[in-house]
Design a protein around this ligand. Structure first.
Ligand code: UDP
Length: 358
């Protein structure tokens, strides 16, 4: 008797868990065996376990527990451990998500072991090669066999880079599937905020590892907090730096929290007056939720230039950031349009394609 096809998901970081959830669910309607690998790239309860609980994800079949380290150390450790896992489990297809270190490490292992690879969220490009995530995206898409693009522009990017048309499937955004699925169970924000507040997240190395930017940024936030309450769930990557700066500067008006669980964060995001972020996922979610979003990067891969209001991409320029906030407060703000297929069904399209190919 022919053995059931085996599909292995490799995840390791917060945004992966959000994207994994609808794909596992959609694939479970098909006669496949699914295997889940957690690399351990993110290991704090608030960055990992809480997502498994809230999104009702199954416990991983394999936990590589690579733990902390530089991106190179983590990549190397994941590759060594994952190669053993893959040789034992013999999947017919591996699926990776987004642009994190774990996804690149898994893509390289698949390539070296002739295992077919699918990439969910393929083709996004910021065209900024100083971003480690951009290099991850380029390399993963180079070796992937099946490329699931979240927007039409991503397809165009891939074709421009020489990917065969037949390998690319524009399916929509799986993180929006998760959002749509959980919208009805979002709790009300319960951390003592007024109706009008700004939500801030920051974790890209170019921002998070830049002390002088962080200092001016926090000072700007402190000034803005005279006009609007501010809540800032702090990513572990910048926890220490923020702590140090908090002791030196007076930042008493900003409400700092640790990283929040998915549902708690969504509650804050949905009800925010403005979101300030360098996160790709948060940009996409605010587009869907119709919440004004200011992007703390020079370039963004999430939407095409046409969709993003150029004024919302403020990089590290504090005067531009303040100007953008004033425009939002004055109601002078154009929301980007919601791309095609961001409808809660992206994972179903992915599952339909995968079952035809394994
Ligand atoms: N998120 C969360 N808690 C937080 C901050 C973000 O649950 O405190 C969620 C957010 O809703 C989105 C995802 O994490 O679904 C984005 O992850 P992140 O910003 O770490 O990565 P990126 O999207 O930039 O790759």
């Amino acid at each position: 008797m022919r053995r059931r096809s085996r599909v292995m998901h490799v995840v390791g970081a917060r945004p992966n868990f959000v994207k994994l959830s609808p794909v596992m669910r959609a694939l479970s309607a098909h006669p496949l065996k699914q295997l889940l690998v957690h690399t351990g790239q993110h290991y704090d309860h608030e960055m990992s376990e809480i997502f498994f609980q809230q999104l009702k994800l199954p416990q991983p079949d394999f936990h590589l527990r690579v733990g902390p380290g530089t991106p190179t150390e983590q990549t190397a450790r994941i590759m060594i451990a994952l190669e053993k896992t893959i040789r034992n489990a013999q999947p017919d297809l591996v699926i990776v998500y987004g642009d994190v270190t774990s996804s690149l490490a898994a893509a390289l292992v698949c390539s070296k072991n002739s295992i077919r690879l699918a990439h969910v969220e393929a083709g996004l490009r910021s065209n900024d090669r100083t971003m480690p995530e951009e290099i991850n995206r380029l390399l993963i898409d180079r070796v992937a066999d099946i490329l699931f693009a979240p927007i039409e522009e991503a397809r165009k990017n891939l074709i421009r880079e020489g990917v065969h048309r037949g390998q690319i499937h524009v399916v929509g955004n799986v993180a929006i599937d998760t959002l749509v699925q959980h919208l009805h169970e979002i709790p009300s924000p319960d951390i003592g905020l007024p109706d009008r507040y700004m939500l801030v997240t920051l974790h890209r190395p170019s921002n998070a590892d830049n002390n002088s930017f962080l200092k001016t940024f926090l000072q700007a936030l402190d000034e803005l907090s005279d006009q609007m309450a501010i809540v800032f769930p702090v990513h572990p990557r910048i926890r220490e730096r923020i702590e140090k700066l908090r002791h030196r500067e007076v930042l008493s008006k900003i409400k700092f929290t640790g990283p929040l669980g998915y549902l708690q964060f969504l509650a804050l995001e949905k009800n925010a007056h403005v979101v300030l972020t360098d996160s790709g996922g948060v940009q996409a979610e605010t587009t869907f939720l119709r919440v004004p979003c200011i992007i703390l990067r020079n370039r963004t891969e999430v939407s095409s230039g046409k969709r993003v209001d150029a004024n919302s991409v403020v990089g590290q320029t504090v005067p531009q950031l303040k100007k953008a906030v004033q425009r939002i407060l004055a109601g002078d703000w154009k929301m980007p349009s919601v791309p095609k297929f961001w409808d809660g069904e992206a994972a179903t399209r992915i599952a339909d394609t995968i079952t035809k190919q394994v």
